[in-house]
Design a binder for this molecule. Structure first.
Ligand SMILES: Cc1cc2nc3c(=O)[nH]c(=O)nc-3n(C[C@H](O)[C@H](O)[C@H](O)COP(=O)(O)O)c2cc1C
Length: 383
């Protein structure tokens, strides 16, 4: 059997089937270092000139750790294990000289690892890959879907940081076509010298309310369970709408809601309203499927990304999970903007949503989720 700690290649089709099974992971194994060992000296990132893309702030708002253990970062991560590594391909117009750099998120330093290649576009391209061992250390055979979801979250954190810096056209490459890098985010310099098309990326529509502020990004956290309180229809529609627009065509999105009318709701095709497409309380089944996390049954609502059938090939699996992580991260920041508590839920076993709703089995699996509530239980108790 393939060693799951290998960063690549991994047989993703087999890895996903096993992660979705009822098999339980064994005891924890060593996670290794929290940062990849980059060669060469660590360098501080210089202050940006007025015409430069400010890489120091971009990384501070997206990937940098704000505590010594490295767990607290603007990007969320399953088990706070942060397996995503970033290489920066720097072109003209940035606060670092052109070249390739490895990023150390604990020290907020860069390591020069290569000369600039011919044809490097202006701005920076952050290429994301994973050190699988970090996530495997706790999740064992359940790690690979989480590694892909984490990469999507990190890409979204970079995208949002670029928007917070008022970059008009950050372009994400989450096509799932390569195992390394798994994803790339291209951010042009302020004067727009690099058209998005040249980087081969996809434009992501903006959430209502405009770009995020730096403070919003640094304040994002996953609310500790429980997450009681049903979100209003308006807030749920805003969160679903961001997820649908960022999630691409491979995934479908719905939300499980509780009383007074428990069931699954989705956006209407125009995206202007919610409609019910299944009746009945789904949250206890979701809690059982989410590695038995009982608190999920009491969350005010659970946003679900689903799809990725059992016969999906490796590229499709990568694409669906990268997109789900990306969209759930954007949805998380939108949820906070609407005053909601939110927590991603990424470990799903036997979560065949389609079969549970009476459709053909193995076609429509839960891929990722965001539990939502109106406030934290502690707040509720004190008011
Ligand atoms: C892909 C992914 C899956 C996650 N799955 C779960 C989960 O199943 N249960 C849970 O309580 N938290 C889950 N989380 C939340 C993480 O535990 C949380 O992001 C991490 O502890 C870091 O905390 P922060 O988000 O507040 O920065 C998940 C996060 C991500 C990105």
């Amino acid at each position: 059997m393939e060693d799951l700690r290998e960063d690549r290649p991994v047989d993703l089709v087999a890895a996903l089937a096993r992660a979705r099974s009822s098999e339980r992971p064994g005891a924890d194994t060593p996670a290794g270092t929290a940062v990849r060992t980059w060669p060469g000296p660590p360098l501080p990132i210089p202050e940006a000139g007025p015409a430069d893309l400010d890489l120091r702030t971009l990384l501070l708002l997206s990937l940098a750790a704000s505590d010594d253990s490295g767990r607290l970062r603007p990007a969320s991560s399953a088990g706070a294990l942060h397996p995503v590594d970033a290489e920066l391909v720097v072109g003209a117009g940035c606060s670092l000289p052109p070249g390739r750099y490895g990023y150390d998120p604990l020290r907020h330093r860069v390591h020069p690892i290569g000369r600039p290649a011919d044809g490097t576009p202006p701005g920076v391209t952050a290429e994301l890959s994973v050190t699988a061992r970090r996530t495997v250390s706790h999740y064992g055979h359940r790690a690979w879907p989480l590694l892909l979801l984490d990469t999507g979250h990190a890409a979204a954190a970079l995208f949002l940081a670029a928007r917070a810096l008022r970059v008009d056209e950050p372009a994400t490459r989450l096509d799932g076509l390569t195992g390394n890098p798994l994803a790339a985010v291209h951010i042009p310099p302020p004067d727009g010298r690099s058209p998005t098309r040249r980087a081969g990326g996809t434009r992501v529509p903006e959430a209502a309310g405009g770009p995020p502020t730096p403070a919003e990004l640094l304040a994002r956290r996953s609310t500790a369970p429980p997450l009681p309180g049903a979100p209003s229809d308006d807030a749920l529609r805003a969160v679903l709408s961001v997820a649908v627009r960022a999630g691409g065509s491979e995934l479908r999105w719905c939300a499980a809601v509780g009383p007074p009318r428990p069931g699954l709701v989705e956006l209407t095709p125009e995206g202007t309203a919610l409609r019910r497409y299944a009746a009945g309380e789904a949250r206890p089944a979701l809690a059982a499927w989410a590695a038995g996390q009982a608190w999920v049954a009491d969350a005010g609502a659970v946003l679900l990304a689903h799809g990725c059938p059992g016969d999906a090939d490796a590229a499709h699996i990568r694409l669906a999970h990268l997109r789900a992580g990306f969209a759930v991260h954007l949805a998380h920041v939108t949820a906070r903007r609407h005053g909601l508590a939110a927590r991603p839920v990424g470990s799903w076993q036997q979560a065949d949503l389609g079969a549970a709703l009476g459709a053909a089995p193995d076609r429509d699996w839960v891929v990722h989720a965001l539990a939502l509530g109106t406030c934290h239980a502690d707040e509720e108790n004190t008011t």
